[in-house]
Write a protein that binds this ligand. Structure first.
Ligand SMILES: [Zn+2]
Length: 151
């Protein structure tokens, strides 16, 4: 059972994800998506979706946030939040779940997924729940212990 996130952390994740959604590059769809990754050290890294007219070049907000954290040398996460400016909650897509799963194996712990809507309401799930027994570096026999800073 994952430890629930504290209210102040949820507030910080919401602000970061909403802020990032405002910077999304979304010429294809009317609304942008924002995301925020929470590290095990309670640092937050934002990301937004980037769409392109040529398919396959764009990136989801969750991936962008994870790449942002990686670029800052952070590989161990407690949570990934995703914000969509609608009453509807959106869940990370399959590719994002796979990417989150890869990083859950860095410290061999589940990662909370927080879905935030435009009413500042939350829905919670986790990568292990959404992608049970997912394939990743540990399953493939790769030694990724060098990336685990907070074991
Ligand atoms: Zn995605």
């Amino acid at each position: 059972m994952l430890k629930p996130l504290k209210k102040d952390i949820l507030k910080r994740l919401t602000i970061a994800a909403v802020d990032a959604s405002n910077n999304a590059f979304h010429p294809i769809t009317p609304k942008g998506v924002g995301a925020a990754v929470l590290t095990t050290e309670d640092e937050i890294f934002q990301g937004c979706n980037v769409q392109t007219t040529i398919s396959g070049l764009g990136v989801c907000a969750e991936q962008c946030a994870i790449y942002h954290a990686v670029a800052n040398g952070k590989y161990d996460y407690k949570a990934v939040a995703v914000y969509f400016p609608s009453e509807k909650f959106i869940k990370p897509c399959g590719m994002c779940l796979q990417l989150i799963n890869e990083f859950s194996q860095v410290i061999n712990k589940d990662i909370i997924i927080v879905m935030i809507n435009n009413k500042n309401k939350f829905k919670f799930t986790s990568v292990n729940k959404e992608l049970k027994d997912g394939y990743g570096p540990r399953v493939a026999g790769k030694n990724i212990s060098a990336y685990a800073k907070n074991k």
